[in-house]
Design a protein around this ligand. Sequence first.
Ligand code: FAD
Ligand code: SF4
Length: 509
Amino acid sequence: CHTLRLVLGDQLNPGHSWFAQADPQVVYVLMEVRQETDYVLHHAQKILAIFAAMRDFARQLRDAGHRVRYVALDDANNRQSIPDNLAALAAHYRAEAVQWQQPDEWRLDAQLRDWAATQPLTCETVNSEHFLTARGDLAALMQGRRQWLMEHFYRHMRRRHQVLLDAHGQPEGGQWNFDHDNRKPWPGTPPEPADWRPQHDHSALWAMIERAGVASFGAPQAAALRWPLNRAEALACLDAFITTALPHFGDYEDALAAQAPRLFHSLLSFVLNVKMLHPLEVLQRAEGAWRSGQAPLAAVEGFVRQILGWREYVRGIYWAHMPGYDAHNALGHHQPLPHWFWSGDTRMRCLHVAITQSLQTAHAHHIQRLMVIGNFALLAGLAPQALHRWYLGIYIDAFEWVELPNTLGMSQRADGGVIATKPYVSSAAYLQRMGDYCRGCGYDPKQKTGARACPFNALYWDFFARHAPALQANPRLALVYRQRQKMAEPQQTALRAQATQLRQRLETL
Ligand code: FAD
Ligand code: SF4
């Protein structure tokens, strides 16, 4: 009798205890299925990189002596659904038990649970051994608190995992948070490090995906795919990041630069989210760089906060609020996404750069996602569910547990303020201050009204006007509303007219 163990495409962790010993009674199952390529329209590189990494992982398992059944997308017997394939394979191997690691997405978790309930087989779920918190930990920690502040959770995690603490359990450097030091525009030096990621030719795999009729968008870059596809490559990327980019990560974390798409970011989200790297090993490497004098504390703390804080925090939000979190639309926004979200074809240079880069590389850094694309979407009143599907599709690292709270919650405030204590919006002044996008733009960041006025300006003031009933009592927005009150009535009227007109012609901006 056999046991089948399902390995999902984002569970490529060779260090999982499942793989400690080869057992001839255990068959590991990996499958490429239309269910997973089609639940949203994906970027071509996302489909390609995940399938290529799964194939690599299966090869490594076989080399280590494990039995593996790999169901390729074009296998004649592939039923293209995870439960249907599992049922067929269970019958084929006369399996008595099927096991899987806890899925991170509600969609898959519910599907497998529902399937298990109908099975005579023994179905078991095991821990994925990846995260630093269990699904319900955040909710338990925050019980009774009105606002689930990330900062509170983050300090708890620093203490619990002994990260960047001194001998007395106090934060190194005497403060928990160096955000204040981490908000500089980038002057062009130090230079952006060369792209340290490997390159792969996966043209044959891509041809098979296309032959199968899988729909996608964005540039496949199949002959020069730049994503690490196994743990050894991921570790080499981690090394390169720590030595070349981490020292400047903090300073330029929020910067925007048209000619430097990666700046000093790690590009590790993909390998973390498919579990090739464990968050703790990444944190320990970063902390080690500070302790050995290779990187300043502010940079290391800023980086640690993203992984030990934000990453685990948004996951806790996801599990505390699913199912149903994806349906929220607290600000009642319903505009469809303009066509240029799929082409980059807009005169607004900031959006042109960020979206074109996303289509080319399947990646954009945090400030591009939050303060360029997300900012515009919120100001323009785009439908949060449509935007959620776009983010879920386009980014190489997009899995719903992390993408949804970031898009719907942090960026669009569609959850009514569960995550964001105030909306992440800005006028052109912020974008102009943080980078060079405005130089060479057809719009003028200084003008608020008129044909050449930057659309962000009128939309910004109109956003606060439209949503005054929901937002003006928020103490963090008192300054904005005071500024608005000081504006003369004719200017307020002109801004509103300009914004209304802009919202009517989003396609042509
Ligand atoms: P770095 O800037 O080098 O940061 C280091 C690591 O910290 C990242 O690899 C990531 O694991 C973690 N991290 C940083 N910020 C966040 C955050 N807000 N939430 C969770 N983890 C974080 N991240 C995803 O992994 N998947 C997504 O689908 C995703 N969607 C996003 C959507 C929106 C609207 C926004 C505003 C942010 C989103 N993020 C998402 C968070 C963040 O933008 C990316 O993790 C980051 O840009 C990935 O690039 P990097 O690895 O170079 O990150
Ligand atoms: Fe973007 Fe406005 Fe600057 Fe143009 S002027 S790049 S639209 S912020």
